[in-house]
Each structure stands twice: as C-alpha cells, then as structure tokens.
Ligand binder design. Structure first.
Ligand SMILES: C[S@@+](CC[C@H](N)C(=O)[O-])C[C@H]1O[C@@H](n2cnc3c(N)ncnc32)[C@H](O)[C@@H]1O
Length: 384
C-alpha cells in the first residue's frame, strides 16, 4: 500500500502544475497522469555522486530530502553497477519535464497500444498506464531485477501494465503490433525489428546517439518499407542501451608522437555545437570519448580532451590566443581533424540545427539527411 503518512498527492499535483506552467505538459490527460502517479513509490531510493570524490550516496525517497527531490524536475540515478572497483549508473528515473515532453510528442490517442523500451523504475510506464490503461501499455528492460521491482511497485497503486525482462533491441514481438514505441535508452542505430512491430503510420521516438553526446531524439513515422522522420528541436540524452554481448575493451596505451598546432574550431563542440559533434562521428572511429584536463593546482579545466581506443588523442586549450586554440595531438587517427572537417561542413551547410536533420531507416541500412530524405546531403550510419 502507498505510505499514507506521505502527502504525495499534493506534491504530485504541484509537479504537474509546474510542468504545465513551463509548457512541458500541454494536455489535460497527461496532467492527470502526472498528478496521479506516486513517484516516490517507484523510486524508493536514489543515488547522488559527489563531484569531488566520485563516491555515491543513497537517499531514501520517503525522507524530507528525498520527497523534495522525487517530486522535482531531477533525473534520479536508481541503480548502480561496479567495474574495476568503481561504481557507475545503470538505471535512472528520467527527469519528469523531459519525460512528459516526449509523451506529448508521441501524440497518443485513447485507443493506442504503446511499447516502452527501458522500464527502469516504471515511472514512465505508470504515466502511460494512467493515460491508456493496463491493457494498452507494454514495457521491456534488459535487467530482470529492475523489471521485477517495477512490476511490484506499480501493483502497489493498482497499475498492471505488461512488463518483460528482455533485450529491447528485439522489441516485444509477442504483443505486437504497437501504435507507438518510445525508448528511454539511446541506440546507435534504430532496430528494424521495431519497424516490423509497428502498425502502418505508427511512430517511434528514440534517442539516436552514435557516441556519448553525439545525437538527439528522433521522431520516426512508419511508412511502407521504412521509418522516416526528423530530429527534435530540443536536445536530450539517455543512457545507452546495453546488451549481454557487450564486452569491455581496454584502450591501447597513449601514443607519444606529440605534435602541436592551432585550431579555429570550438574546443568543446559536444557542449556548444552538438550537431557538429554528431557529424564528426561519421569520420571518427568508434569508442572515441571526450573529457577535460584540469589544472593540477586550481582543479579548473584548462583543455578539452579526445581519446581513441587505438591510443590516439588530442587536447585543445580552452583559452584562445588571437582567436585560436592550441591543439596537441598524437597517434595514427587524426581525431581533431575529423572535428574540424565536421565544423567546416556544418558552416558550409548553413549551420543547420537538429530539425533540419532527419533519419531514414530501412531493412538494408540507415541514413541521416539534411532537409529532405532524397536531398543532396546524406550520411550513412555505420552498421552495428
Ligand atoms: C533512463 S533508464 C529508463 C527510465 C525509465 N523509463 C523510468 O521511467 O524510470 C534506461 C533504462 O534502459 C534500460 N536498458 C538498457 N539497455 C536495455 C536494453 N537492451 N533493453 C531494454 N532496456 C534496456 C536500463 O536497464 C535502464 O533501466
């Protein structure tokens, strides 16, 4: 039973009103759903990371601090795993403002059957179920422990959507077809199996990310032989889909053939020019990560860093001299040159923002396009 000593209904209602005032919630039906879901039941505990020590701290969501957090616009990390002695997040309850913007965009009607990929806490499944009913909501997560926890907690307040433990890359064929598929984990390419499980003119809303930070939500329409649609105006990021087949590969040692030069390209396009960072992926090898070099004394960031699994790296100073940043780099892969070329190309194309870019998915391949699917500028997604 829902803890009656917690005045969650007032808090949930306040959250729904705040989302409406911000313009994230646009319809009464979704307002009602947010106001009726006890998020603290689905998120009994969350974890916050100390930015200095990297240590995670658990917070009980029924505590006064927890209740403030759980009915706020925060993303809450809800499950951790451990690798090489350090903990990292494997599940979270997505920030409610992003969640409801996605649900509004999904454009469901009362008859729709919806599949969610990435059950996590079950909060989004609960919103969908309050809106559509138990029989029209399906959700899948790769982590059986999360699935069982979500199913039990949803039942505490009378929500019984179909939840399955499976790799969402396969969709959920047993209950297809769906009118809508919404994914709350990112994919490097859209699985064609999802298209096969959609009705004609059905929709998919998913975060396409070719690398960390490199991509955005894309809203696709099921058409004969393909899925097609544009990236959304607002940028968003979800944790990446994981699979049993995933292997952790060790990076090769850092290359030492250091060379220096200057660049006019922004030092951190992954923050300041996200489309550029996305386009750069079509020339970069897989597994390139970005980071920051800190001054050892002040602990303030001084340079942006790129590292490739093959040992190649680049460092670009954050400050500029005569309008240029200094680049130090080494290795066989010209990492920064790929970013520079993407920046030049982006400028030549008129500095497009996300909605000018779209994606076509067919059984044989996937292409990003500028302005029109059969336009002049196409980028082919690497096969996964
Ligand atoms: C951001 S969380 C989802 C949040 C969730 N919708 C909620 O409301 O709490 C991302 C989820 O995707 C799940 N996930 C990762 N890889 C997956 C896969 N291959 N299939 C299905 N779910 C996956 C993770 O276990 C995690 O729970």
């Amino acid at each position: 039973m829902i803890a009656t000593d917690v005045d969650w209904a007032t808090r949930a209602h306040r959250l729904a009103n705040a989302l409406k005032e911000r313009g994230d919630l646009r319809t009464e039906a979704w307002h009602g759903a947010v106001a009726s879901v006890p998020r603290h039941v689905l998120v009994p505990k969350a974890y916050q990371q100390d930015s200095q020590t990297g240590q995670w701290r658990g917070i009980d969501m029924a505590s006064p601090e927890g209740l403030d957090l759980v009915y706020s616009l925060e993303t809450l990390v809800t499950a951790l795993d451990e690798r090489n002695g350090s903990q990292y997040a494997v599940s979270s309850s997505t920030k409610p403002d992003l969640m409801v913007r996605m649900l509004e965009l999904l454009d469901v009607d009362d008859t729709h059957r919806v599949l969610e990929i990435g059950t996590g806490t079950g909060y989004n499944a609960a919103l969908l179920t309050q809106r559509l009913g138990d029989d029209q909501v399906f959700s899948v997560d790769v982590d059986a422990g999360l699935v069982n926890g979500a199913r039990e907690r949803l039942a505490e307040f009378g929500c019984h959507p179909t939840i399955a433990a499976a790799d969402g890359e396969q969709g959920l064929p047993d209950h297809a077809p769906y009118d809508r598929i919404i994914a709350t984990c990112s994919v490097p390419a859209v699985p064609w199996l999802w298209a096969e499980q959609l009705v004609e003119d059905g929709r998919v809303l998913v975060d396409l990310k070719l690398a960390i930070g490199a991509g955005n939500l894309v809203y696709l329409n099921r058409k004969p032989g393909r899925l097609e649609g544009r990236f959304t105006e607002r940028w968003a990021a979800f944790m990446a889909m994981r699979h049993e087949r995933d292997v952790v590969t060790e990076n090769r040692p850092r290359c030492t053939d250091r060379a220096e030069r200057t660049t006019n390209t922004p030092a951190q396009p992954w923050w300041s020019h996200r489309v550029v960072w996305f386009l750069a992926q079509f020339a970069l090898p897989r597994g390139v990560t970005y980071g920051m070099r800190l001054d050892p004394d002040t602990r303030q960031p001084t340079a942006a860093t790129l590292s490739s699994p093959d040992g190649s790296w680049a460092e670009v100073t954050l400050d500029e001299v005569d309008g240029a940043h200094r680049v130090a780099e080494a290795g066989i892969t010209a990492l920064w040159a790929a970013v520079e070329q993407a920046y030049e190309q982006w400028r030549e194309l008129g500095e497009p923002d996300w909605p000018r870019l779209g994606l076509t998915v067919t059984p044989g391949g996937q292409q990003v396009w500028l302005d029109e699917p059969d336009g002049e500028h196409l980028w082919t997604l690497p096969t996964v």
